[in-house]
Design a protein around this ligand. Structure first.
Ligand SMILES: Cc1cc2nc3c(=O)[nH]c(=O)nc-3n(C[C@H](O)[C@H](O)[C@H](O)COP(=O)(O)O)c2cc1C
Length: 174
């Protein structure tokens, strides 16, 4: 596990290589295996590999989402907010689980924040509202994030363990 944590970086440039079906199946399992509070299982996952839809998703916010267009796969993490009052925590755990599972499969990935992000502040158009339209999501479904995934154009240097800030770790009291 610690090796995975050290190696994981956000990868935003991908090759055109398709992701093998067995790897997509593992990503589906990983998403569904993420724990949820009170085991409510209110999160759902939209696997997008259609180029046109990937391009549409890449444009739902002005910055920080363009890499979706070049990804072989994007997994949109959504949750039914009527089923759990802690859907944000649950969706975050699922998104992180997918991100690490991708790394374990030697795929590059990046978390794209959708919740609380705007397409256009002046016109009051949220990124979430656009994703809901693109994917035909129901009214109760909240859009949390999108994980873009693909084979990396190149790997980034792994995390530097020697630079970890241990002043943020406290024992018993701060
Ligand atoms: C909650 C969260 C939201 C993020 N949103 C975005 C995003 O919208 N676009 C993006 O390019 N990267 C996004 N990232 C990736 C971070 O920018 C990245 O994890 C951070 O800069 C550290 O780099 P590393 O992942 O390579 O270690 C997000 C990461 C997290 C945890």
């Amino acid at each position: 596990m610690i090796d995975l944590l050290i190696k994981r970086r956000s990868i935003r440039k991908y090759t055109d290589e398709k992701i093998e079906e067995n790897k997509v199946e593992i990503l589906k399992k990983a998403a569904l295996l993420a724990p949820t509070g009170k085991n409510k299982k209110e999160c759902e996952f939209v696997f997008v590999d259609d180029k046109e839809i990937l391009t549409q998703l890449s444009n739902v916010k002005p910055q920080g989402g363009k890499m979706i267009e070049g990804a072989a796969l994007a997994i949109v993490v959504v949750a039914d907010e009527t089923k759990s009052d802690i859907w944000i925590e649950d969706a975050s755990i699922a998104a992180a689980t997918i991100h690490y599972a991708a790394q374990d499969l030697e795929l590059g990935s990046c978390w794209v924040q959708i919740r609380k992000r705007m397409f256009d502040y002046d016109a009051d158009i949220s990124a979430e509202s656009l994703v809901k339209d693109i994917l035909n999501l129901g009214e109760d479904m909240k859009v949390h994030s999108i994980i873009s995934i693909g084979y990396p154009e190149k790997w980034r240097p792994e995390n530097d363990v020697s630079s970890l800030d241990y002043s943020k770790i406290h024992t018993n009291k701060c």
